[in-house]
Design a protein around this ligand. Structure first.
Ligand code: GTP
Ligand code: MG
Length: 198
């Protein structure tokens, strides 16, 4: 698919602030700093559509981006960031959960994991949870520019084992630095919303 147009619509905390036009949504979840916002910028060919930062915890609200005037990409706050207070963690968790639990127009959840690390307990929980709610899931391993070919092979094995992925389940490797893997993502992530929009 080609993204010709992308537009920031709203930052939301509460469901009352979510878009109400019933367009199809694809959400990006993962640990803080894993590269969710960077991936959205890469896919849309925009440098600053979603705010990116070296400091974890940049995205604190749910940001909705309208794509080709037809569906939304949804940038969620990251989880697992150690340096925030318990109260703040609980509030982020609630923001993410409230959105994911009851959102009929949400058609796919893209789970990002850092290819350099073993998926964390939070990642496993998130994966199980998304499956439990019956959402279509795509797994993206980010920052692939940081590993050699050999290391990438090991990384895939570790991610598969840790998340207990089914054999057929594909992991998309991606680098927002080199844009390697971008075409595969454009070809595979959005079909579900394209079909719905006709
Ligand atoms: P939160 O908003 O805190 O949840 O983080 P996020 O998941 O949106 O991460 P973000 O896109 O802000 O990226 C975090 C940091 O990782 C930034 O410094 C990015 O430049 C860097 N980064 C993201 N993707 C890649 C990648 O593919 N390769 C490399 N080398 N760095 C990356
Ligand atoms: Mg972000």
């Amino acid at each position: 698919m080609e993204i010709k147009q992308s537009e920031f619509i709203i930052s939301a905390v509460k469901p009352q602030q979510y878009p109400t036009d019933n367009r199809c949504e694809i959400a990006f979840v993962g640990r803080s700093n894993v590269g969710k916002s960077s991936l959205i910028n890469s896919l849309t060919n925009r440098r600053k559509l979603a705010k990116v930062s070296g400091t974890p915890g940049k995205t604190r609200l749910i940001n909705f981006f309208l794509i080709n005037s037809s569906f939304y990409l949804v940038d969620l706050p990251g989880y697992g960031y150690a340096k925030v207070s318990k109260t703040e963690k609980a509030s982020w968790g609630k923001i993410i959960e409230t959105y994911l639990v009851k959102r009929p127009q949400l058609k796919k959840v893209v789970l990002l994991v850092d290819c350099r690390h073993k998926p964390t307990g939070d990642d496993i929980m998130m994966y199980e949870w998304i499956k439990h709610y019956g959402y279509d899931i795509a797994i993206v391993a980010t920052k692939s520019d940081k590993l050699t070919k050999n290391e990438l092979v090991k990384s895939e094995k570790l991610i598969r084992e840790t998340l207990k992925l089914e054999k057929e389940k594909r992991i998309f490797y991606f680098s927002s630095l080199s844009k390697k893997g971008k075409e595969e993502l454009l070809d595979n992530l959005f079909d579900i919303c394209e079909d719905i929009q006709g």
